[in-house]
Design a protein around this ligand. Structure first.
Ligand SMILES: NC(=O)c1ccc[n+]([C@@H]2O[C@H](COP(=O)([O-])OP(=O)(O)OC[C@H]3O[C@@H](n4cnc5c(N)ncnc54)[C@H](OP(=O)(O)O)[C@@H]3O)[C@@H](O)[C@H]2O)c1
Length: 243
């Protein structure tokens, strides 16, 4: 497939390199232009491109930039993309540590619902709930007991099916979490966020969260607020305590 990746940081770089190894043709963009990405692109076998080129004639486009940077993408970026192209959103909202408060996002409190509205294109939320280091190192063959499950949310089933195949090829077990409106169950503060758990455990936790955002919103947002403070103090200590 032709895959475009916007964002060449921890997660964009990791996905670009993995997709190249799987035989896909990968283009990668950042905010500073292709010249700044030349070396990285050469190292991983991808093409350094502009943001506009990263979305042109692609089967899959990955948006892997900080939540606040969604607002800096060119207007109508996704207007002319290939029919049926899949747009993946890896984003998470970190108001305290990185993004600042985004009032329009906090109206619903659902990160990817807001992103989908900003991009004016249906997104598939995936790869947000795993550390780039785990994505890089912990892929396992199908059937392995310790295969990590990855939550996938989105409103278009055909798009999710393509994502399921990509997740599987990367060595992870796709888990269909439902629509974008339900994607709060995989965002920061939820019990499946960055836990590196297998399918059965993920299913158990998703069932325990239920489907009522109005009931869970305060619990999840409060947990994320406390997590941000803990991360600010000592990221490694916070990461070790995740259960
Ligand atoms: N790090 C992880 O383990 C991880 C895991 C899962 C999900 N995520 C989520 O994925 C998103 C990206 O995280 P990250 O850790 O990869 O970020 P990062 O390491 O800080 O990298 C951000 C990348 O986004 C690019 N960027 C920023 N604004 C842009 C714009 N307007 N147009 C094009 N490119 C732009 C930056 O390019 P420049 O350097 O040129 O500005 C940089 O390449 C975040 O929402 C994060 O929460 C992260």
């Amino acid at each position: 497939m032709n895959i475009g990746i916007i964002g060449a940081g921890a997660i964009g770089k990791c996905l670009a390199s993995k997709f190249v190894k799987l035989g896909h043709v990968v283009s990668i963009a950042n905010s500073r232009g292709p010249a700044s990405l030349k070396q990285l692109a050469e190292e991983i076998g991808a093409m350094a491109v502009t943001v506009e080129e990263a979305v042109l004639d692609k089967d899959v486009i990955v948006v892997a930039i900080p939540q606040k940077s969604i607002l800096n993408l060119p207007r109508n970026l996704f207007n002319g993309i290939s029919k049926g192209a899949v747009v993946i959103d890896t984003g998470n909202y970190y108001p305290r540590l990185r993004d600042g408060v985004i009032p329009s996002l906090e109206q619903s409190g659902i990160d990817s619902l807001w992103t989908q509205e900003q991009l004016e294109y249906p997104v598939v939320k995936v790869f947000n709930s795993i550390f780039a280091t785990s994505l890089s190192d912990l892929g396992r063959p199908k059937g392995a007991k310790d295969r990590i499950a990855l939550a996938v949310s989105g409103d278009r089933l055909e798009a999710k099916q393509i994502v399921f195949q990509l997740v599987d090829a990367l060595g992870f077990e796709p888990f269909d979490l439902g629509t974008i409106a339900q994607s709060w169950r995989q965002q920061p503060g939820s019990s499946i966020y960055c836990r590196d758990i297998n399918f059965d455990e993920l299913e158990k936790r998703v069932t325990a969260m239920g489907t009522d955002w109005t009931e869970m919103r305060e619990i999840i947002i409060d947990k994320h607020r406390l997590d941000e403070i803990a991360i600010e103090v000592d990221f490694s200590a916070w990461q070790k305590k995740l259960a």
